[in-house]
Design a protein around this ligand. Structure first.
Ligand code: UGA
Length: 459
């Protein structure tokens, strides 16, 4: 399709969406009120790390199908389809999502809409938001009801944004008109031609599909981490256990990797936003389980700091802690809600001397946690450490040679919070190895002693 498309908001979601639409043949104008963002993107330099995105943007720019602006007037005059990809962060206090960027975007765009067009929300929003925005659009746009609204939630993962956008599992569109369906079928024609499932719903179902999906993923992650707690108490091993669960096709292995839990800009805020919306809708009990999901997730971080303290004889205070990872997951430089950085910051709060290394996220980590020390390599973070924490499973950490890191540290203690290392190889190199939900050396005997006491007390 050669549609003229605008994308408002050029963060992780919007920049990927704009570049991929250009790749799919649309004429695309990316719009952001932050001109530093649009200028960097117009030079072909995304202001964040996302594999493959820079190449795609440069290809779109060179083909003349992609441009960036901070002018809403230019965007309104250009676009037949306007995608809204601005952020919807958590409100301070965690009580619902902050929709101010979305409202400001619609308030600024609508009065400029003089021709029939389709506005398509992609941001994650509380159910009911799209219906309100549709009313705002019709009221504020000179073209009135001919400024139609649809909701097309995004399911891409950071670190896989390009692949997920060009080859999504499914596209969901919440619609109010047959015309909107025709327009969106044309935009997604390349994917439809490959047989991608295309779900047409009402606005509310489309909005809910996104938060329900993220809530389910978060629940799966917290489920396996809750099981990891039981494994620790019982001497079982969560790693093979997760594989056994994942081998059941009704369960599946995705989002069942135990360890440090979920972070980022999406899962943590979406479950809290969803709980808040359910309360507003008068069904607070319906999502009570998501509060437990959040509680399990918070405990993961404490348990990893606890494992490090145990290795050091009970406390990290005054001890040297090397931290491998800062990004909320590998493949991204995003440190928003990062469990890795939270663990580093907590150890620092408890009095540890913390040195962090991450292959791409140090710049962002330093601006959020300037109090931590940062190293330029894994060996630098490990230098003189009394315990080493692996908190983001970058391949370079998983592949690290335990001998090389062993020569750098003061004591060979490692906490593998992401289950990325081969415990056998690290133990063979003389490391004490600990990981959430895995038996510690000696814990088998401790467990059997505890079990014997329980059995005796029952008899
Ligand atoms: C998530 C969803 O997966 C996307 O479908 C959704 O579009 C996106 O949020 C969004 O709402 O924009 P993302 O935040 O990029 O994507 O990250 P995930 O890959 O889902 O991972 C989230 C967190 O869970 C990471 O901290 C990761 O380390 C952790 N995780 C993931 C686990 O601890 N265990 C797992 O098995 C999987």
């Amino acid at each position: 399709m050669n549609a003229r498309v605008t994308v408002f908001g050029t963060g992780y979601l919007g920049a990927a969406h704009a570049a991929c639409l250009a790749e799919m043949g649309c004429q695309v104008l990316g719009v952001d009120t932050d001109s530093r963002h649009t200028e960097a993107l117009a030079r072909g330099e995304p202001p964040f790390f996302e594999p493959g995105l820079g190449d795609l943007i440069r290809r779109g720019l060179a083909a003349g199908r992609l441009a960036f602006t901070s002018s809403y007037a230019r965007a309104a005059a250009f676009g037949e389809v306007h995608f809204l990809c601005v952020g919807t962060p958590l409100l301070p206090g965690g009580n619902g999502l902050d929709l101010s960027q979305l409202r400001a975007c619609v308030a600024a765009l609508a009065p400029l809409l003089r021709e029939p067009c389709l506005v398509v929300g992609k941001s994650t929003v509380p159910v009911g938001t799209a219906a309100v925005l549709a009313g705002d659009l019709a009221r504020l746009a000179p073209v009135g009801e001919a400024a139609d609204l649809a909701w097309n939630p995004e399911f891409l993962r950071e670190g896989h944004a390009v692949e997920d956008t060009l080859h999504p599992d499914r596209v969901v569109v919440g619609l109010r008109s047959a015309h909107a369906e025709r327009v969106l079928r044309a935009v997604y024609a390349p994917q439809l031609a490959r047989g991608m499932p295309f779900f047409v719903t009402d606005l509310a179902t489309a909005e809910l599909a996104k938060v329900a999906a993220n809530s389910f993923l978060a629940t799966k992650i917290s489920f396996i981490n809750a099981i990891a707690e039981v494994c620790e108490a019982s001497g079982a091993d969560v790693v093979p256990l997760a594989e056994i669960l994942g081998a059941d096709p009704r369960i599946g292995p995705a989002s069942l990797v135990p360890g440090l839990g979920f972070g980022g800009a999406c899962l943590p805020k979406d479950i809290l936003g969803f709980v808040a919306r359910a309360g507003e809708l008068g069904v607070p009990d319906a999502l009570g389980l998501l509060q437990e999901v959040a509680a399990v997730n918070a405990r993961c971080r404490d348990r990893v700091v606890g494992l490090a303290a145990d290795m050091l004889g009970g406390s990290v205070a005054g001890r040297a802690v090397g931290v491998l990872g800062a990004a909320f997951k590998p493949g991204s430089d995003d440190v928003r809600g990062s469990p890795a950085l939270a663990v580093a910051a907590r150890a620092h709060e408890l009095g540890a001397h913390v040195t962090v290394y991450d292959p791409v996220a140090i710049g962002k980590a330093r601006s959020v946690c300037p109090e931590l020390e940062y190293a330029a390599s894994a060996v630098g973070a490990a230098a003189d450490a009394e315990v080493l924490l692996l908190v983001t499973e970058w391949p370079e950490f998983a592949d690290a040679d335990p001998e090389v890191l062993g020569k750098a540290v003061a004591h060979r203690n490692v906490v593998d919070a992401r289950h990325a290392l081969d415990p056998g190889a690290w133990r063979a190199a003389g490391w004490r190895y600990g990981a959430p939900g895995r038996p510690r050396v000696g814990s088998g005997e401790r467990y059997h002693r505890r079990l014997r006491r329980v059995v005796i007390s029952l008899c």
